[in-house]
Design a protein around this ligand. Structure first.
Ligand code: NAI
Length: 278
């Protein structure tokens, strides 16, 4: 039997991490390096600290040509892909949020899948903001039925209501359901696909939300664990899901939210009121 400590190691594996310049992606790159991986990092801006990376490739997930060029620049087979890059609705451009968080991420993922061997893993980052993904699935299904970035953009133009609350929720619900949509054919190739759904995590992305909605908005999310998450905690969950220790986990969303969703469901069961934001 292989020891658990061995199953989480990445020795000899090539991993690709988007969003490697900051926050959760930067932490994931460091953990993966420490676990023996060869790490190719991608981001729209160059990281200040490149010590975790074997290669850095510049990419703008909002730009199809840039995504195409970046995928082509990734060297060799890819054992694990971590799509962490993202923006919040605080940037004030719902279509751009959806382009970066979902359409660009999907284009990049699809470009690399042919180079992923059996045993490979795709791990994405959704959000607690996507907790109603089942209730809204009948809408999101239309977006998931699109086959290209251009088709996806046309769907957005035809469905302004879906992006009316900022684009973030829709993009993150699409990430969860994209994993479920692909779980069968990827599974047949021995590839797993999962995502995490973080609650509030102390990274620079919060500055976008602070300036758009104020600190009170962030303070309204109080987790049962009594604090916000660190980027290291989020990265650890990603690294686990991409590792052989998670070998029978696929098509899942892991709510890395300090217990908020569990409390919400319990409060509905027992009809207890919740504070705003929770
Ligand atoms: P962050 O802002 O520290 O990192 C995001 C990274 O994505 C940055 O390095 C940024 O340069 C990169 N990026 C942004 N636009 C890009 C583009 N067009 N092309 C390529 N790269 C781009 O934020 P954080 O918190 O580390 O975010 C990581 C993921 O976690 C995101 O997908 C975010 O939506 C998600 N998340 C974060 C939460 C939080 O409270 N921090 C909560 C729920 C989800």
């Amino acid at each position: 039997m292989t020891a658990l400590g061995e199953l989480v190691r990445y020795d000899g594996r090539h991993v690709v991490v988007t969003g490697c310049a900051s926050g959760i992606g930067a932490q994931a790159a460091r953990l993966l390096r420490d676990l023996g991986a060869r790490v190719t990092g991608l981001d729209v801006r160059a990281p200040e600290d490149v010590s975790a990376l074997t290669d850095f490739i510049s990419v703008d997930l909002a730009d199809q040509d840039s995504v195409r060029a970046a995928a082509a620049a990734v060297d060799g087979a890819v054992d694990a892909l971590f799509s962490v890059a993202g923006v919040s609705s605080g940037i004030g451009d719902p279509l751009l949020v959806l382009r970066i968080n979902f359409l660009g991420m999907r284009q990049f993922t699809e470009s690399l899948l042919d180079r992923m061997p059996a045993g490979g893993a795709v791990t994405n980052v959704s959000s607690l903001a996507a907790s109603a993904y089942r209730e809204n699935a009948h809408v999101t299904a239309g977006l998931l039925a699109t086959r290209s970035v251009d088709e996806g953009l046309r769907w957005c133009a035809d469905h302004p209501d879906a992006l009316a609350d900022g684009g973030y929720r829709q993009s993150k619900e699409a990430i969860i359901l994209y994993g479920m949509q692909r779980v069968t054919d990827l599974g047949a190739r021995g590839i797993r696909i999962n995502c995490t759904a973080p609650g509030v995590t102390e990274t620079p992305i919060l500055d976008q939300l602070r300036s758009a909605y104020g600190q009170q908005y962030l303070d309204s999310f109080t987790a049962p664990l009594g604090r916000v998450s660190t980027p290291e905690e989020q990265a650890a969950a990603l690294v686990f899901l991409g590792s052989r220790a998670a070998g029978y986990i696929s098509g899942q969303v892991l709510w890395t939210d300090g217990g908020i969703l569990g409390r919400r469901i319990a409060s509905q069961m027992f009809d207890e009121p919740l504070a705003q934001g929770n």
